[in-house]
Design a protein around this ligand. Structure first.
Ligand SMILES: Nc1ncnc2c1ncn2[C@@H]1O[C@H](COP(=O)(O)OP(=O)(O)OP(=O)(O)O)[C@@H](O)[C@H]1O
Ligand SMILES: [Mg+2]
Length: 313
Protein backbone atom coordinates (compact mmCIF):
# COMPACT_ATOMS: atom_id res chain seq x y z
CA UNK A 1 0.00 0.00 0.00
CA UNK A 2 1.64 3.24 -1.07
CA UNK A 3 1.71 5.90 1.64
CA UNK A 4 -0.36 9.02 1.00
CA UNK A 5 1.19 11.92 -0.86
CA UNK A 6 2.36 14.77 1.28
CA UNK A 7 2.83 18.47 0.87
CA UNK A 8 6.18 19.68 -0.39
CA UNK A 9 8.69 20.52 2.26
CA UNK A 10 7.03 18.43 4.95
CA UNK A 11 8.94 15.21 5.03
CA UNK A 12 7.75 13.75 8.32
CA UNK A 13 4.11 13.18 7.50
CA UNK A 14 4.39 9.80 5.82
CA UNK A 15 6.09 6.53 6.60
CA UNK A 16 9.82 7.24 6.58
CA UNK A 17 11.59 5.79 3.57
CA UNK A 18 14.24 4.49 5.98
CA UNK A 19 14.08 4.02 9.69
CA UNK A 20 16.49 2.52 12.18
CA UNK A 21 15.88 1.28 15.65
CA UNK A 22 18.76 0.93 18.10
CA UNK A 23 21.22 0.08 15.37
CA UNK A 24 24.42 -1.44 16.74
CA UNK A 25 27.41 -2.55 14.69
CA UNK A 26 30.26 -4.39 16.34
CA UNK A 27 33.29 -5.38 14.29
CA UNK A 28 35.52 -8.22 15.47
CA UNK A 29 35.39 -9.85 18.87
CA UNK A 30 37.41 -10.22 22.03
CA UNK A 31 40.58 -8.13 21.93
CA UNK A 32 39.81 -6.78 18.48
CA UNK A 33 36.18 -5.92 19.19
CA UNK A 34 35.24 -2.47 17.98
CA UNK A 35 31.84 -0.91 18.56
CA UNK A 36 31.41 1.17 15.42
CA UNK A 37 27.73 2.08 15.97
CA UNK A 38 26.26 2.26 19.45
CA UNK A 39 22.50 2.46 19.04
CA UNK A 40 21.41 4.67 16.18
CA UNK A 41 17.77 5.77 16.00
CA UNK A 42 17.06 7.61 12.81
CA UNK A 43 14.17 8.36 10.49
CA UNK A 44 14.72 9.51 6.96
CA UNK A 45 11.69 11.03 5.30
CA UNK A 46 10.74 10.52 1.67
CA UNK A 47 12.30 13.18 -0.49
CA UNK A 48 14.53 14.41 2.30
CA UNK A 49 18.19 15.29 1.84
CA UNK A 50 20.29 14.20 4.79
CA UNK A 51 23.96 14.79 5.47
CA UNK A 52 25.87 12.42 7.74
CA UNK A 53 28.76 14.34 9.21
CA UNK A 54 31.54 13.38 11.61
CA UNK A 55 35.24 12.85 12.04
CA UNK A 56 37.14 10.08 10.32
CA UNK A 57 36.32 6.78 12.03
CA UNK A 58 33.11 8.07 13.65
CA UNK A 59 31.01 5.46 11.84
CA UNK A 60 29.57 7.38 8.88
CA UNK A 61 30.30 4.79 6.21
CA UNK A 62 29.28 1.99 8.53
CA UNK A 63 25.91 3.66 9.10
CA UNK A 64 25.46 4.29 5.40
CA UNK A 65 26.27 0.67 4.55
CA UNK A 66 23.65 -0.53 7.02
CA UNK A 67 21.04 1.93 5.73
CA UNK A 68 21.78 0.81 2.18
CA UNK A 69 21.40 -2.84 3.20
CA UNK A 70 24.95 -3.58 2.05
CA UNK A 71 25.78 -4.93 5.49
CA UNK A 72 23.71 -6.21 8.38
CA UNK A 73 23.64 -4.79 11.92
CA UNK A 74 24.87 -6.68 14.98
CA UNK A 75 21.67 -5.60 16.75
CA UNK A 76 18.74 -3.43 15.79
CA UNK A 77 16.59 -2.96 12.75
CA UNK A 78 16.62 -1.12 9.45
CA UNK A 79 13.14 -0.69 8.00
CA UNK A 80 12.57 0.29 4.38
CA UNK A 81 9.19 1.94 3.76
CA UNK A 82 8.05 0.71 7.14
CA UNK A 83 9.08 -2.87 6.46
CA UNK A 84 11.81 -4.42 8.64
CA UNK A 85 14.59 -5.92 6.53
CA UNK A 86 16.19 -8.28 9.06
CA UNK A 87 14.52 -11.39 7.76
CA UNK A 88 15.22 -10.87 4.10
CA UNK A 89 17.54 -13.29 2.34
CA UNK A 90 20.50 -12.34 0.16
CA UNK A 91 18.52 -12.59 -3.06
CA UNK A 92 15.70 -10.38 -1.83
CA UNK A 93 18.19 -7.86 -0.47
CA UNK A 94 20.01 -7.74 -3.80
CA UNK A 95 16.78 -7.15 -5.66
CA UNK A 96 15.67 -4.50 -3.20
CA UNK A 97 18.98 -2.64 -3.41
CA UNK A 98 19.06 -2.88 -7.15
CA UNK A 99 15.54 -1.51 -7.55
CA UNK A 100 15.26 1.01 -4.72
CA UNK A 101 18.77 2.40 -4.28
CA UNK A 102 21.42 4.19 -6.24
CA UNK A 103 25.01 4.38 -5.08
CA UNK A 104 27.56 7.11 -5.52
CA UNK A 105 30.51 5.54 -3.74
CA UNK A 106 34.10 6.07 -4.65
CA UNK A 107 34.82 2.46 -3.80
CA UNK A 108 32.22 1.36 -6.34
CA UNK A 109 34.57 1.81 -9.24
CA UNK A 110 33.53 1.77 -12.80
CA UNK A 111 34.56 -1.39 -14.63
CA UNK A 112 37.59 -0.20 -16.60
CA UNK A 113 37.35 -2.47 -19.65
CA UNK A 114 33.71 -1.63 -20.28
CA UNK A 115 32.23 1.37 -22.01
CA UNK A 116 30.56 4.22 -20.19
CA UNK A 117 27.19 2.99 -21.44
CA UNK A 118 27.81 -0.57 -20.24
CA UNK A 119 28.81 0.73 -16.83
CA UNK A 120 25.76 2.93 -16.53
CA UNK A 121 23.31 0.23 -17.55
CA UNK A 122 24.71 -2.47 -15.27
CA UNK A 123 21.84 -2.19 -12.74
CA UNK A 124 19.35 -2.66 -15.60
CA UNK A 125 21.25 -5.71 -16.81
CA UNK A 126 21.08 -7.17 -13.29
CA UNK A 127 17.35 -6.44 -13.26
CA UNK A 128 16.93 -8.32 -16.56
CA UNK A 129 15.94 -5.36 -18.73
CA UNK A 130 16.33 -6.14 -22.48
CA UNK A 131 19.36 -4.69 -24.31
CA UNK A 132 17.51 -2.17 -26.48
CA UNK A 133 15.73 -0.65 -23.54
CA UNK A 134 18.95 -0.63 -21.52
CA UNK A 135 20.61 1.36 -24.26
CA UNK A 136 17.76 3.83 -24.53
CA UNK A 137 17.59 4.46 -20.80
CA UNK A 138 21.37 4.51 -20.47
CA UNK A 139 21.71 7.22 -23.10
CA UNK A 140 18.89 9.16 -21.48
CA UNK A 141 20.65 9.07 -18.10
CA UNK A 142 23.97 10.05 -19.65
CA UNK A 143 22.25 12.85 -21.50
CA UNK A 144 20.96 14.28 -18.21
CA UNK A 145 24.57 14.48 -17.07
CA UNK A 146 25.83 15.83 -20.39
CA UNK A 147 27.86 12.69 -20.91
CA UNK A 148 26.00 11.09 -23.83
CA UNK A 149 28.84 11.89 -26.23
CA UNK A 150 31.13 9.70 -24.11
CA UNK A 151 28.79 6.69 -24.11
CA UNK A 152 31.14 4.50 -26.16
CA UNK A 153 34.35 5.59 -24.42
CA UNK A 154 36.08 3.17 -22.11
CA UNK A 155 35.34 4.18 -18.54
CA UNK A 156 39.06 4.65 -17.89
CA UNK A 157 39.36 7.35 -20.56
CA UNK A 158 37.55 9.98 -18.54
CA UNK A 159 38.46 12.75 -16.16
CA UNK A 160 37.67 12.39 -12.45
CA UNK A 161 34.63 14.64 -12.66
CA UNK A 162 33.36 12.79 -15.72
CA UNK A 163 33.77 9.45 -13.94
CA UNK A 164 31.80 10.82 -11.03
CA UNK A 165 29.03 11.90 -13.39
CA UNK A 166 28.97 8.41 -14.90
CA UNK A 167 28.65 7.00 -11.37
CA UNK A 168 25.69 9.33 -10.81
CA UNK A 169 24.14 8.29 -14.12
CA UNK A 170 24.42 4.69 -12.99
CA UNK A 171 22.93 5.60 -9.61
CA UNK A 172 19.82 7.14 -11.16
CA UNK A 173 19.23 4.67 -13.99
CA UNK A 174 16.72 2.61 -11.98
CA UNK A 175 14.68 5.56 -10.76
CA UNK A 176 15.75 4.77 -7.21
CA UNK A 177 13.87 6.11 -4.23
CA UNK A 178 17.13 6.75 -2.37
CA UNK A 179 20.59 7.74 -3.56
CA UNK A 180 23.42 7.04 -1.13
CA UNK A 181 26.53 9.09 -1.70
CA UNK A 182 29.75 8.62 0.29
CA UNK A 183 31.98 11.66 -0.18
CA UNK A 184 30.58 12.29 -3.66
CA UNK A 185 32.80 15.31 -4.13
CA UNK A 186 35.80 14.01 -2.19
CA UNK A 187 38.32 14.01 -5.03
CA UNK A 188 36.91 16.81 -7.15
CA UNK A 189 37.89 20.43 -7.60
CA UNK A 190 35.38 22.98 -6.39
CA UNK A 191 33.86 23.74 -9.81
CA UNK A 192 33.29 20.06 -10.59
CA UNK A 193 32.03 19.47 -7.06
CA UNK A 194 29.43 22.13 -7.66
CA UNK A 195 28.29 20.42 -10.87
CA UNK A 196 28.00 17.06 -9.12
CA UNK A 197 26.15 18.61 -6.18
CA UNK A 198 23.76 20.47 -8.45
CA UNK A 199 22.94 17.22 -10.22
CA UNK A 200 22.24 15.41 -6.96
CA UNK A 201 20.07 18.19 -5.52
CA UNK A 202 18.32 18.57 -8.88
CA UNK A 203 17.32 14.89 -8.69
CA UNK A 204 16.16 15.47 -5.13
CA UNK A 205 14.01 18.46 -6.07
CA UNK A 206 12.66 17.34 -9.38
CA UNK A 207 12.24 13.61 -8.88
CA UNK A 208 11.81 13.53 -5.11
CA UNK A 209 14.76 11.17 -4.76
CA UNK A 210 15.89 10.96 -1.14
CA UNK A 211 19.55 11.83 -0.68
CA UNK A 212 21.73 10.38 2.05
CA UNK A 213 25.16 11.96 1.79
CA UNK A 214 28.27 11.29 3.85
CA UNK A 215 30.59 14.25 3.57
CA UNK A 216 33.40 16.18 5.20
CA UNK A 217 32.48 19.18 3.09
CA UNK A 218 30.59 21.61 5.31
CA UNK A 219 29.12 23.51 2.36
CA UNK A 220 27.71 20.33 0.90
CA UNK A 221 26.35 19.31 4.31
CA UNK A 222 24.62 22.66 4.64
CA UNK A 223 22.92 22.26 1.30
CA UNK A 224 21.10 19.27 2.77
CA UNK A 225 17.83 19.82 4.59
CA UNK A 226 19.13 18.06 7.66
CA UNK A 227 22.47 17.11 9.12
CA UNK A 228 23.22 14.42 11.64
CA UNK A 229 26.50 14.38 13.52
CA UNK A 230 28.25 11.18 14.49
CA UNK A 231 30.75 11.00 17.33
CA UNK A 232 32.18 7.57 18.17
CA UNK A 233 29.25 5.70 16.70
CA UNK A 234 26.52 7.84 18.24
CA UNK A 235 24.35 10.64 16.95
CA UNK A 236 24.98 13.84 18.86
CA UNK A 237 23.22 17.19 18.63
CA UNK A 238 24.81 19.67 16.26
CA UNK A 239 28.12 20.59 17.92
CA UNK A 240 28.02 24.01 16.26
CA UNK A 241 24.53 24.83 17.42
CA UNK A 242 25.30 23.67 20.91
CA UNK A 243 28.46 25.65 21.13
CA UNK A 244 26.98 28.82 19.76
CA UNK A 245 23.64 29.45 18.18
CA UNK A 246 21.42 27.56 20.48
CA UNK A 247 22.88 27.19 23.90
CA UNK A 248 24.38 30.62 24.03
CA UNK A 249 20.99 32.23 24.28
CA UNK A 250 20.67 35.61 25.99
CA UNK A 251 20.42 33.80 29.33
CA UNK A 252 23.62 31.87 28.51
CA UNK A 253 22.79 28.69 30.36
CA UNK A 254 25.67 26.37 30.98
CA UNK A 255 25.44 23.51 28.53
CA UNK A 256 25.87 19.87 29.29
CA UNK A 257 25.39 17.37 26.57
CA UNK A 258 23.03 14.44 26.74
CA UNK A 259 23.93 13.21 23.36
CA UNK A 260 22.13 9.90 23.30
CA UNK A 261 18.76 11.57 23.82
CA UNK A 262 19.25 14.13 21.10
CA UNK A 263 18.71 16.94 23.60
CA UNK A 264 20.75 19.17 25.86
CA UNK A 265 20.68 19.57 29.61
CA UNK A 266 21.26 23.15 30.67
CA UNK A 267 21.63 24.93 33.97
CA UNK A 268 19.89 28.27 34.25
CA UNK A 269 22.49 30.68 35.69
CA UNK A 270 19.93 32.74 37.63
CA UNK A 271 17.93 29.96 39.22
CA UNK A 272 20.38 27.08 39.12
CA UNK A 273 17.56 24.93 37.75
CA UNK A 274 18.58 21.99 35.55
CA UNK A 275 16.35 21.62 32.51
CA UNK A 276 16.56 19.27 29.56
CA UNK A 277 15.79 20.80 26.21
CA UNK A 278 14.60 18.67 23.32
CA UNK A 279 15.74 19.25 19.76
CA UNK A 280 12.44 21.06 19.15
CA UNK A 281 13.09 23.34 22.14
CA UNK A 282 16.56 24.02 20.86
CA UNK A 283 15.28 24.91 17.44
CA UNK A 284 12.77 27.26 19.03
CA UNK A 285 15.47 28.91 21.11
CA UNK A 286 17.68 29.21 18.07
CA UNK A 287 14.94 31.05 16.22
CA UNK A 288 14.44 33.31 19.21
CA UNK A 289 18.12 34.05 19.48
CA UNK A 290 18.04 35.35 15.88
CA UNK A 291 21.63 34.65 15.12
CA UNK A 292 23.04 33.57 11.80
CA UNK A 293 22.64 29.84 11.32
CA UNK A 294 26.29 28.80 11.12
CA UNK A 295 28.75 30.30 13.55
CA UNK A 296 30.94 27.30 14.22
CA UNK A 297 34.33 28.96 14.35
CA UNK A 298 33.04 31.96 16.19
CA UNK A 299 31.19 29.81 18.64
CA UNK A 300 34.18 27.62 19.37
CA UNK A 301 36.06 30.67 20.59
CA UNK A 302 33.17 31.90 22.70
CA UNK A 303 34.35 32.21 26.32
CA UNK A 304 30.80 31.61 27.52
CA UNK A 305 30.85 28.10 26.16
CA UNK A 306 32.83 26.13 28.72
CA UNK A 307 33.05 22.96 26.69
CA UNK A 308 32.41 21.97 23.16
CA UNK A 309 30.35 18.83 23.23
CA UNK A 310 31.31 16.37 20.58
CA UNK A 311 34.86 17.69 20.34
CA UNK A 312 36.14 15.09 22.76
CA UNK A 313 34.85 11.73 24.05
N1 LIG B 1 35.42 -4.27 8.56
C1 LIG B 1 35.85 -3.66 9.66
N2 LIG B 1 36.47 -4.34 10.65
C2 LIG B 1 36.88 -3.74 11.78
N3 LIG B 1 36.72 -2.42 12.03
C3 LIG B 1 36.11 -1.68 11.08
C4 LIG B 1 35.65 -2.25 9.86
N4 LIG B 1 35.08 -1.28 9.12
C5 LIG B 1 35.19 -0.15 9.85
N5 LIG B 1 35.80 -0.40 11.03
C6 LIG B 1 36.07 0.58 12.09
O1 LIG B 1 34.85 1.20 12.45
C7 LIG B 1 35.03 2.58 12.67
C8 LIG B 1 34.08 3.37 11.78
O2 LIG B 1 34.48 3.19 10.42
P1 LIG B 1 33.77 3.98 9.25
O3 LIG B 1 34.34 3.48 7.98
O4 LIG B 1 32.30 3.87 9.42
O5 LIG B 1 34.24 5.47 9.55
P2 LIG B 1 33.92 6.82 8.75
O6 LIG B 1 33.22 7.72 9.70
O7 LIG B 1 33.27 6.51 7.47
O8 LIG B 1 35.40 7.38 8.51
P3 LIG B 1 36.02 8.15 7.23
O9 LIG B 1 35.57 9.58 7.33
O10 LIG B 1 37.50 8.03 7.48
O11 LIG B 1 35.58 7.47 5.99
C9 LIG B 1 36.51 2.87 12.40
O12 LIG B 1 37.20 2.94 13.62
C10 LIG B 1 36.96 1.68 11.59
O13 LIG B 1 38.31 1.41 11.84
MG1 LIG C 1 33.88 6.62 5.44
Amino acid sequence: MPPPKHAEGTHRMTVPVLETENLVKIYGRGETRFDALKGINLEIGKGESLAIVGKSGSGKSTLMHLLALLDGPTHGVVALEGRPTNDLGAKELNELRNSAFGFVFQQFFLTPGQTVLENVTLPLKIAGVPAAERKRRGLEALDQLEMADKAQNKATDLSGGQKQRVVIARALINNPSVIFADEPTGNLDSATSRVVEDILFGLNREKGITLVIVTHDTDLARRCQRQIYLVDGQIVPNPEEEAGDVVDTPARPEARETADRGGVTVKEPETGAIVTLSQADLAELARGAQRPPHTGKHAAADPHTPEQPGATA
